[in-house]
Design a protein around this ligand. Structure first.
Ligand code: CS2
Length: 489
């Protein structure tokens, strides 16, 4: 079987969708840091449909760590398949928006050239929560982060996304080029504002005299990004090869739903996204809150409880009526009351649509995948909602169950005594907590709550919060996730 590439595009069956622009005319206008599955299934697809109107927005995709995506896509001329999976089957679409691929650690001078190109107007990023090298509880730079320490202490090329963004801005300034607009596409609250603060914190240490220049010059719009994109499996590759008749080394699989809400602040211009399904707005914050609290808060709760209960995927977890009931009530009674949305947003309909999306059995979204990096996710997904609710008094019981389930999971042993492969920047700390603890809920909860980069200082001092989490954790340890969820609904 041949490989996907410009040369084999004409061999594809007509059932495979693709936009009609001439790839040879596409110029790079965007550098994207973190060219993983999510970007390729989300923003790159929104850019792809704009290229027919304006070919100046091709994407140079950058990996700051692994070479795997570059190695897979380079021989394919940057082409890949977006496989939309629903109960009606698979709809494949070819995305051609990637014009170039760079692996930062291998080719730092090419990355530097890309950032300094006058054609580049936007640098966007999906580097996941931990890529911001910040303290999730406060949203400020963590200056002790190993990559930040490296970048602060080198006159050469940086390593972190934060270091690269600032490096590019300073070098552009030296060359008399305007600063690019930086678009964060990660699941962080006020992601543009948060990124801006982290960049300023970094510059204050690296080149303090330039802080006020950057503060004035920088456009860092916020965005809300949403599409469920599970990690690609070999089964997916085989399914795509059957549909295309050619081999794609790294397709991405996603649900049909997609949403992109972007703060309209792009001084050097942007693709005509508003003509292609993107909501361009002045104020993204209500949408971010809605998405992070409703979708991601439910997702993390389902991931920890579902994993502990032995469910492999989110769809398997919500097929259990007790778990579905819990999530429905969590959203209805504990999350929705904290959201204030524009009049045309129907929150009950949004909740019901989420439950449908979680039930998509064509999508094998593993609970283990979502459970990753909990230390970076908990604050914006569950703790912010809890803080809002605590100040107004009403029930937080289901939210606390999510936090307790994270502790039970992060302690590293499943309900059958088998080790859990806990992936998290704080995984070593969790292992120490588990090994030093006497194993009681009281002791474990006290140790986890002392992680102030996650919980800050105020929440753990609140008796209702502490006692509620501890009571749920106790039940999870004694009775397991199934019985705990059944008792909670
Ligand atoms: C998930 C998200 O892995 C996770 O933590 O909750 O990736 C989720 O699928 C996306 O935010 C959906 O837009």
């Amino acid at each position: 079987m041949k490989d996907l590439s410009n040369a084999t595009l004409t061999d594809l069956p007509s059932s495979v969708a693709r936009a009609s622009y001439d790839r040879a005319k596409v110029k790079t206008g965007i550098v994207h840091l973190g060219i993983g599955a999510f970007h390729r299934a989300h923003m790159a697809a929104y850019v792809d449909v704009c290229l027919s109107d304006d070919p100046n927005w091709g994407i140079c995709g950058v990996s700051l760590r692994s070479a795997a995506t570059r190695d897979a896509l380079e021989p394919q001329d940057g082409l890949y398949t977006l496989g939309i999976q629903s109960s009606h089957g698979l709809s494949p679409r070819i995305i051609g928006a990637i014009t170039d691929l760079i692996v930062g650690p291998d080719e730092p001078s090419r990355l530097s050239d890309a950032l300094l190109s006058p054609d580049v107007k936007i640098v966007s990023l999906t580097v996941t929560e931990k890529g911001y090298c910040h303290d999730p509880a406060t949203g400020r730079l963590n200056p002790d982060h190993a990559d930040i320490q490296h970048d602060l202490n080198t006159a050469g090329f940086p390593r972190s996304a934060i270091g690269w963004l600032v490096y590019g801005l300073l070098e552009r300034r030296a060359k008399g080029l305007e600063p690019y607009t930086i678009l964060s596409c990660d699941n962080l609250p006020a992601n543009g504002k948060t990124l801006r603060q982290v960049l300023l914190d970094y510059l204050a240490l690296k080149a303090p005299d330039d802080v006020s220049w950057l503060d004035n010059a920088l456009a860092c719009p916020s965005s809300m990004v949403d599409r469920i994109v599970p990690a690609t499996t070999d089964e997916d590759r085989a399914e795509i090869a059957r549909a295309l008749g050619v081999k794609d080394a790294w397709p991405v699989m996603a649900e049909p739903f997609s949403q992109f809400v972007v703060e309209d602040s792009f001084p050097l211009g942007r693709p005509a996204w508003e003509s292609h399904g993107v909501t361009m707005t002045e104020n993204v914050e209500p949408f971010e809150h809605m998405k992070l609290r409703m979708l991601n808060g439910s997702h993390s709760t389902l991931a920890y409880l579902g994993y502990l209960a032995g469910y492999e995927t989110v769809a398997d977890t919500v097929a259990d009526p007790a778990f579905r009931h819990l999530i429905h009530d969590l959203m209805t009674h504990e999350i929705m009351p904290t959201l204030s949305m524009p009049d045309d947003v129907d929150l009950p309909a949004y909740r019901d649509a989420l439950l449908e999306r979680f039930s998509n059995t064509a999508l094998k979204h593993r609970t283990w995948q979502i459970a990753m990096d909990g230390s970076q996710k908990l604050p914006q997904r569950l703790l912010g909602t809890i803080t809002d609710r605590l100040s107004s008094g009403p029930s937080i019981d289901r939210l606390l169950l999510g936090v307790a389930a994270w502790m039970r999971y992060a302690s590293g042993t499943d309900e059958h005594g088998k080790p859990i492969d806990v992936r998290d920047p704080l995984a070593d700390r969790f292992r120490t907590i588990a090994s030093e603890s006497d194993g009681t809920a009281q002791d474990l909860a006290t140790r986890f709550l002392a992680l102030d980069s996650i919980f800050g200082r105020e929440l753990p001092a609140n008796a209702a919060f502490r006692n509620g989490v501890t009571a749920h954790l106790d039940r999870l340890i004694r009775d397991g996730a199934h019985a705990t969820v059944a008792a909670a609904v």
